[in-house]
Design a protein around this ligand. Structure first.
Ligand SMILES: Cc1cc2nc3c(=O)[nH]c(=O)nc-3n(C[C@H](O)[C@H](O)[C@H](O)COP(=O)(O)O)c2cc1C
Length: 384
């Protein structure tokens, strides 16, 4: 197992995860839809802004805490929902929950988690949001909301950019399904990564616990089966319906247009999460940082704007905040940590970003995140 102290950036963690995971699992996490242009635009977009330091404004200490729906968090980096984390590390979601609780941040639990909503709630006391979809059978959505409330989840995140699963070509080429099929090539792939193999061999077969009651028993590709339960024809009136059955904060995830952000507010959402699903759904669309300003302007301070996609550096976080995001979420960056060292790896990824943010604030002359605004960034040509 890689020594965490030797992994000093998120990119180092990605490389360590590449070594630790079977190729098809690394590709499942790392890959995007189509040409992966959107995935690339997410990270490359941050390089089209430069941060502007303020001379002689240094502070003894910096405050990077944020408050969201009355809950104070230690850093502006939350964890985004990622399904199937239990394939990367045994009881993966419980490891993530403990790391988030220790780091003082919020975990968004995916509907497609391998542990149940209740097991993850019990794994650690920290604040959690539950990500859901609107299913053809609205009773499933209602049941998820009720279970979230009963288990103490503080908010619901409704994902709206996934009416159908995106075409992730690496997965198609690798013949990847969840659960992975056992054949010569997948067995060889696993055998070449004995650390992962031995950990997983001691764990019960991975399933999507939240869906055990909804059929699909015996299907080979359970992830695809679950995606067929999602209603591909959801409308804004369905968001208003969800609002009517959930009285806690409601976040809409997967919005890239200002007009949609306004519709989300009209439908009763309490936050807008600018996201393109890490480029895993709609290829050839905008990178998130390119979409952010239009949404911030449309929302006009009425609710917090969140952002996820391509965040790999503390400087990325500060750029998003300067452009009007209240906080950001990380998907792959925490999964690299999970893949390498479970809870300790996730905590390490969160710590690296917190330290990078603090150092950038110190050198840039910012005492708190509220001091960042559009004058803190300048548009620059992309690096060659
Ligand atoms: C392996 C994986 C699984 C994901 N599963 C979900 C999911 O179940 N629900 C969801 O709304 N988003 C899901 N996402 C998208 C993330 O929530 C987030 O939008 C994206 O990862 C952000 O981009 P980043 O990975 O570059 O940080 C998933 C992403 C990854 C990498």
């Amino acid at each position: 197992m890689a020594r965490l102290e030797s992994l000093i950036t998120i990119d180092d963690m990605r490389e360590a995860a590449r070594r630790a995971l079977p190729r098809m699992l690394f590709d499942f996490v790392d890959g995007g839809a189509g040409d992966e242009a959107t995935k690339h635009r997410n990270s490359a977009g941050f390089a089209t802004y430069a941060l502007m330091a303020r001379a002689l404004s240094g502070r003894e200490s910096r405050d990077q805490s944020r408050t969201l729906f009355g809950r104070r968090i230690e850093s502006p980096v939350l964890v985004a929902p990622t399904g199937s984390s239990g394939l990367l590390w045994p009881r993966g979601e419980a490891e993530v929950a403990r790391a988030c609780a220790k780091a003082g941040t919020i975990m968004t639990v995916s509907a497609g988690s391998t542990l149940s909503i209740e097991e993850i709630a019990d794994a650690a006391p920290g604040p959690k949001w539950l990500q859901i979809f609107i299913y053809k059978d609205r009773g499933i959505t209602r049941a998820f909301a009720e279970r979230a409330r009963a288990s103490g989840y503080e908010a619901l995140t409704l994902t709206v950019d996934c009416p159908l699963l995106g075409r992730r070509e690496r997965d198609i080429r690798n013949g990847f399904t969840i659960n992975p099929k056992l054949n010569l090539s997948t067995m060889l792939d696993a055998a070449l990564h004995p650390g992962w193999w031995m950990r997983m061999a001691r764990t019960p077969r991975v399933t999507f616990k939240n869906f055990e009651a909804y059929g699909g028993g015996g299907v080979v590709d359970m992830a695809r089966y679950i995606s067929t339960l999602i209603d591909p024809a959801v409308r804004w009136s369905d968001v208003a319906w969800l609002r009517s059955i959930w009285d806690g904060p409601l976040i809409i995830k997967g919005v890239l247009r200002g007009e949609d952000a306004v519709k989300a507010l009209d439908s009763g959402c309490d936050a807008v999460q600018v996201s393109n699903h890490g480029g895993r759904q709609f290829d050839q669309t905008l990178g998130v940082i390119e979409a952010l300003e239009e949404i911030v302007d449309a929302v006009a301070g009425r609710v917090p704007v969140l952002l996820d996609g391509g965040v790999r550096r503390g400087a990325d976080v500060l750029k998003a905040i300067a452009l009007g995001a209240h906080a950001v979420l990380i998907g792959r960056s925490h999964l690299w940590g999970l893949s390498v060292a479970g809870e300790a790896g996730v905590k390490h990824a969160l710590d690296l970003l917190r330290e990078e943010i603090d150092l950038a604030m110190a050198i840039g002359g910012f005492g708190s995140l509220d001091e960042l605004d559009r004058s803190t960034v300048r548009r620059v040509p992309p690096l060659p």
